[in-house]
Design a protein around this ligand. Structure first.
Ligand code: HEM
Length: 288
């Protein structure tokens, strides 16, 4: 007979029965697994509009990505609050989780790429103008990180709650603005170099570059800022990969057709590859 600590290659079926003799079967006084996780609602949201086999894949991948995005927003907002309060270590833990979640999102493209243009055309007609361009969670992440353009609020005109929430993010400092405020607090950046309005992407500045240079040249003296810089680069690196994988998948599937959201499609997405979230953190490498 096997001990619980030494698993057999072929466990005795009777052993499973003994281990599961007391399993819970009634849940009047407690959550069940599916009750707690609201699985009926979660899985019920996978509702294809056509009989095309691949539509399930298309919906599932979008759902998975939106679930990761919701976690990323939760972690990013918490990390920003920690940084504002000067609690760097818990902030780093949360930013690490953001970066790991982004890595998981990256894996989804490999599954989605098993779909061919012909498979996609089997259901493309069904979803009309729907597009990730209208993903309020994606835009929230972009806005929190600092890629801010007020005109990106336009697709949310009919969703006042999402519109208001996104507009409020534009009025508050981004993650990068908060990092720059930390540089100022340490005396590495003049407070006058911090911006007063937050509704545009950051523009590279000599003063900010000089501040990051000081951090990278004296890493021991500024270890927490140095570590924060590393985490920011990790997040932007992963974001760039997401964008690249997305546009490549899109080109595989629709070539140069216009997007369902009304943009030029691949042309628009390629332009987004040039977006830089934390410009001085990339420039600093050249000057070291
Ligand atoms: C068959 C696969 C896909 C195709 C053909 C596709 C196509 C496109 C196109 C053409 C755009 C440009 C906007 C427009 O629609 O005009 C776009 C934007 C976008 N898509 Fe996809 N997409 C696909 C999969 C996904 C997946 C799985 C996600 C995950 C949530 C996603 C999220 C987004 C987001 C967030 C944007 C906005 C990007 C930005 O504004 O920079 N897409 N997509």
């Amino acid at each position: 007979m096997s001990s619980p600590d030494t698993p057999d290659a072929h466990p005795d079926p009777g052993d499973f029965e003994r281990h599961t003799a007391q399993v819970h079967t009634r849940f009047e006084d407690s959550f069940s697994y599916s009750g707690y996780l609201r699985l009926e609602q979660l899985l019920g949201a996978q509702a294809p509009l056509t009989a095309a086999h691949d539509e399930r894949l298309f919906i599932a991948i979008h759902h998975v990505q939106e679930v990761w995005m919701s976690l990323i927003i939760h972690e990013l907002e918490a990390a920003m609050r920690e940084l504002v309060s000067g609690r760097f270590e818990p902030a780093m833990k949360k930013l690490t989780r953001v970066a790991r979640s982004q890595e998981q999102m990256g894996g989804a493209w490999d599954v989605l790429k098993t779909m061919t243009p012909a498979d996609y055309l089997g259901f493309r007609h069904a979803f009309g103008k729907a597009s990730g361009f209208q993903s309020w969670q994606y835009r929230t992440i972009e806005f929190l990180l600092g890629n801010r353009q007020r005109y990106m609020l336009r697709p949310f005109a009919e969703q006042p709650a999402h519109h208001a929430r996104l507009a409020a993010i534009l009025d508050a400092p981004s993650l990068y603005d908060i990092a720059l405020a930390a540089l100022a607090e340490r005396g590495l950046l003049a407070p006058s170099a911090l911006r007063l309005r937050y509704d545009a992407p950051p523009e590279a500045s000599e003063a900010v570059l000089a501040a990051w240079l000081a951090v990278y040249r004296e890493t021991r003296a500024h270890w927490d800022l140095y570590y924060l810089a590393k985490k920011l680069v990790d997040v932007e690196d992963n974001f760039r990969r997401w964008r690249f994988n997305h546009v490549t998948t899109v080109e595989r599937l629709i070539g140069q057709k216009t997007g369902s959201g009304g943009t030029s499609g691949v042309g628009y997405l390629r332009r987004a590859l040039d977006i830089v979230l934390f410009p001085e953190l990339w420039q600093v490498r050249t000057h070291l």
